[in-house]
Design a protein around this ligand. Structure first.
Ligand code: NDP
Length: 250
C-alpha cells in the first residue's frame, strides 16, 4: 500500500531541509525523485547523497517562480521518464519583517516563491498527472493557521496554500488526482536556523510550547509524504495535515 516503486516524483526545494526529508522518504519507498532547486550544486549533491544510499534520484535546476523554467522542469521530466505521479510543492522562503515595514518587492518575492510557484507547478504537472492519476502535496505551515507579527506575507502565502489545495482537490478529483497540504510545526532547517538567530528566546519557546518537547527534524516529514504519495491515501483529498508534535492543539 505504501510502495512507490515505478513512480516518478518531483520535489521542489528538495535539495535541503524539509524537501530533502520528504524526497528521501519517497525515494526509500521506491520512487525516482527529481530534485528541483535554483542551486544546481546543492541539488546535484542531494541527488548524489540519495543515490549513495541506494535510492533513485536526479537533479534539475529550476526557479519555480519562473513560468518558463517550470514548463521546462515538467517537459524534461516527461521526456526522460514518460510519466509523473507525485508533485511536492515545497519550495519556500520568508522575509521576517512587520507588515508596515515589508516592501512590495518583498511581499511579491514571498508570495511568488511560496504560493504562485505551487500554482505554476501544479498547472504544468496537471496534464502529466491526469494520464494515470496522481498526487499533489503542498507544504503549508503553522502560519496557515496562526498569525504572527513577522509573517504577514508568509502567513498569507501559507493560508493561500491550504485554499489552493482545496481548489485543485475539487477540480481534479474526477481525474483521480488527490491534493493535500502538510502543515509542518517547527522543524530544524536553514530557514528556522535564521529565525532562531534573529528572534531571542525562540528556541526555548518552541520546545516549551510543543507537546512533543522538541523541534522536528526533516525526517519527521518522510512518513506523511509517503502516505500522501501512495495508494494508502487514495480517498484522502483536500486535507491539511499538521505534522507538528502537537503544537497546533496545545
Ligand atoms: P530551506 O530554506 O531549508 O529550504 C527551502 C528550499 O526551497 C530550498 O531547497 C531552496 O532551494 C528552495 N527554493 C527557494 N526558492 C526557490 C525557487 N525560487 N525555486 C526553486 N526552489 C526554491 O527551508 P525549509 O526546509 O525549512 O522549508 C521548506 C518548506 O517548508 C517551505 O515551504 C517552508 O515554508 C515550509 N515550512 C518550514 C517550516 C520549518 O520549521 N522549517 C515550518 C513550516 C513550513 P534553492 O535555494 O536551491 O532554490
Amino acid at each position: 500500500m505504501f510502495q512507490l516503486t515505478g513512480k516518478i516524483a518531483v520535489v521542489t526545494g528538495g535539495n535541503g531541509g524539509i524537501g530533502l526529508g520528504m524526497a528521501r522518504g519517497l525515494a526509500q519507498a521506491g520512487a525516482l525523485v527529481v530534485i528541483a532547486g535554483r542551486n544546481a550544486e546543492k541539488s546535484r549533491e542531494a541527488a548524489h547523497e540519495l543515490r549513495r544510499e541506494g535510492c533513485k534520484a536526479e537533479a534539475v535546476e529550476a526557479d519555480v517562480t519562473d513560468e518558463g523554467e517550470v514548463a521546462r522542469l515538467f517537459s524534461e521530466t516527461d521526456k526522460h521518464h514518460g510519466r509523473l505521479d507525485i508533485l511536492v510543492n515545497n519550495a519556500g522562503t520568508t522575509v521576517r519583517k512587520r507588515p508596515h515595514e515589508l516592501t512590495l518587492d518583498e511581499w511579491r518575492h514571498v508570495m511568488d516563491t511560496n504560493l504562485t510557484s505551487a500554482f505554476l507547478c501544479s498547472q504544468a504537472a496537471y496534464p502529466l498527472l491526469k494520464r494515470q492519476g496522481g498526487k499533489v502535496i503542498n507544504i503549508g505551515s503553522m502560519m496557515s493557521i496562526f498569525g504572527a507579527p513577522y509573517a504577514s506575507a508568509y502567513g498569507a502565502s501559507k493560508g493561500g496554500i491550504v485554499q489552493f489545495t482545496r481548489s485543485i482537490a475539487t477540480a481534479w478529483a474526477a481525474d483521480n488526482i488527490q491534493a493535500n497540504a502538510v502543515l509542518p510545526g517547527w522543524i530544524d532547517t536553514e530557514l528556522t536556523q535564521g529565525a532562531r538567530e534573529q528572534v531571542p528566546g525562540l528556541n526555548e519557546r518552541v520546545v516549551a510550547r510543543t507537546p512533543a518537547g522538541r523541534w522536528g527534524a526533516p525526517s519527521d516529514l518522510a512518513g506523511v509524504a509517503v502516505f500522501l504519495a501512495s495508494s494508502a491515501s487514495d480517498f484522502v483529498t483536500g486535507a491539511a495535515i499538521p505534522v507538528d508534535g502537537g503544537y497546533s492543539i496545545a
